[in-house]
Design a protein around this ligand. Structure first.
Ligand code: SF4
Ligand code: SF4
Length: 523
């Protein structure tokens, strides 16, 4: 059995802490709530059609929205009726608006009519991609990129499929749990993807300390040439595709490019599972495994959770009453976002709900000056220079932060965790990324204005030339004066006009000479 070990630069080893909490490979089922809240990004709806209206009855798996091929539909997680549809914003930033759909469940959990495909090889890759799109599958590792688009881009471009079962966040074990309980289905998912993208090699990447899963996978893929098991060192963060590809191949994904551009298709293990369910069982994406992670005061475990389950329902389920004394994060303790509204709900890309008491999280650290110790640079898994970036941000040297690839930072917080001066580096980096984003928008706007200005200047210049040339020409070519902005075209037209004029004059001259000759003869 081929098992190769890989390592990556930097990172932090959390394994000693992880042992206490990570052995959560048991799946639990959370009874589902009466009320679901679904959020659909507003910008999506500009291209998408909202498919439901208030008071309409819906079934589980029924699309709530539908639209262009780059945007996947979102489905009802349960049968019931639509109670309300409204606009909602998680922050004051109105460009980040969502459509909020409230669904009241009838408790029956009735599915729409499903169309399972048992022999996927009888269907074309295009048809399977369409099914995956209609099933609303997106990158469940946090990427949220539509899987159908990724598959479409990968055809005839990739040679290797990388199954990413490396969980980035410490203590999050949802992928671990999925692998342990649904290994056969995940392998079928790998085969479906390989069939679509014509891939001959699948690398399954797991952390080296997952001994139970490693032996299960090893026995199942034994003698199957398609699969290869790769073990990666048990460090945080290992789940980013940039880090994985670098560790496996020693190749860097070029700036502004993706793994597909260098021949690798990377899918998170939960995405592979939901692709299998979409094709083989005909089920749209309506639920996922979520790690409920609590500190010592709270319960933790892995649960099948319907998308749209409100956070308040979790708290009620685990009998957590003291809302003011706790902090809730969606997405893990390092990279997660703090929840301020308990009506927030679990979305497709969220694999963890982290709950901790205020006392633990609110330790105040004083921020000291950077002592240039270099710990941050040594630990950065992306090979960035956090200390240097920090200095450039302080001195507002935005072109330098761009040159030092601030946009490549995956916000893993490794640098920040090791900084002896308690500098919240990622807070600075996030802020600088927003500035870079605005600079890009401004540059694009400027470039567009410049192009428009140059076109206008050319048009004015050639119009002037035409006006001074010949009024006759203008009278016979009014459309050219008004609409033709292409200078080359005008030049070409102008040259051909001059030639034509010369020819005409010559002909006129010849005819005039002939007439004169005739007149002379008649005398
Ligand atoms: S770890 Fe902190 S103190 Fe040390 S160089 Fe980096 S930013 Fe400066
Ligand atoms: S947060 Fe960014 S700069 Fe810091 S270690 Fe992670 S990738 Fe490197």
């Amino acid at each position: 059995m081929h098992k190769k070990k890989y390592n990556f630069k930097g990172g932090i080893d959390y394994s000693s802490l992880k042992k206490e909490q990570s052995n959560e490979t048991v799946k639990n089922f959370l009874s589902f709530p009466k009320k679901f809240i679904i959020f659909i990004k507003h910008s999506l709806l500009q291209k998408n059609q909202l498919r439901v209206r208030i008071n309409q009855k819906v079934l589980r798996g029924q699309p709530l929205s539908f639209g262009s091929e780059t945007i996947v539909p979102v489905h009802s997680p349960a049968s019931g009726y639509i109670k309300n549809i409204s606009f909602f914003s998680f922050s004051e930033n109105k460009s980040n608006e969502y459509i909020k759909i409230v669904i009241i469940s009838d408790g029956e959990d009735k599915w729409i009519k499903l169309h399972p495909i048992k022999n996927y090889k009888k269907h074309t890759p295009e048809k399977l991609i369409r099914i995956i799109h209609k099933s609303g599958i997106i990158g469940l590792g946090g990427g949220k990129f539509p899987s159908s688009q990724k598959l479409k881009l990968s055809i005839n471009k990739v040679h290797t499929l990388v199954i990413n079962a490396v969980e980035s966040e410490p203590f999050v074990t949802s992928d671990d749990c999925l692998f342990n309980n649904y290994l056969n289905e995940i392998l079928v998912g790998c085969k479906i993807i390989s069939w679509i993208s014509k891939i001959k090699l699948v690398l399954i990447v797991v952390q080296e300390n997952k001994t139970e899963i490693i032996s299960k996978i090893s026995s199942l893929i034994h003698n199957q040439l398609l699969f290869k098991l790769c073990l990666i060192s048990n460090k945080y963060p290992g789940g980013s595709s940039k880090i994985l590809i670098k560790a496996l191949t020693d190749k860097e994904i070029p700036y502004k490019k993706h793994a597909i551009d260098i021949g690798f298709l990377v899918f998170n293990v939960a995405t592979v599972y939901s692709i299998k369910r979409a094709v083989f069982n005909g089920e749209p994406l309506t639920e996922r495994i979520v790690t409920f992670l609590g500190d010592k005061n709270f319960f933790h475990g892995n649960f099948w959770v319907k998308i749209g389950t409100p956070i308040s329902y979790f708290l009620m389920h685990f009998k957590i009453q003291a809302y003011s004394d706790i902090n809730i994060y969606l997405g893990g303790m390092l990279m997660g976002n703090k929840v301020f509204d308990l009506n927030n709900s679990t979305l497709q890309g969220q694999n963890c709900i982290f709950i901790t008491s205020n006392k633990l999280i609110n330790k105040k650290y004083t921020e000291y000056a950077c002592i240039r110790c270099g710990f941050c640079s040594k630990a950065c898994p992306i090979n960035l220079l956090p200390q240097q970036l920090y200095w450039y941000i302080q001195s507002k040297e935005h072109d330098q932060t761009n040159k030092h690839h601030i946009l490549d930072c995956i916000e893993c917080k490794v640098c920040e965790q090791l900084c002896p001066s308690n500098i919240p580096l990622v807070k600075y980096f996030k802020y600088e990324k927003k500035i870079q984003h605005n600079i890009n928008i401004e540059n694009n706007r400027r470039n567009l204005s410049l192009v428009r200005f140059e076109k206008k200047q050319k048009r004015l210049f050639f119009n002037k030339k035409i006006f001074s040339k010949d009024d006759l020409f203008l009278k016979s070519n009014p459309i050219l004066r008004i609409n033709d902005f292409n200078s080359k075209k005008i030049e070409k037209t102008l040259n051909s006009f001059e030639i034509e004029e010369n020819k005409k004059n010559k002909r006129k001259e010849i005819i005039q000479q002939a007439i004169n000759r005739m007149k002379l003869k008649n005398k």
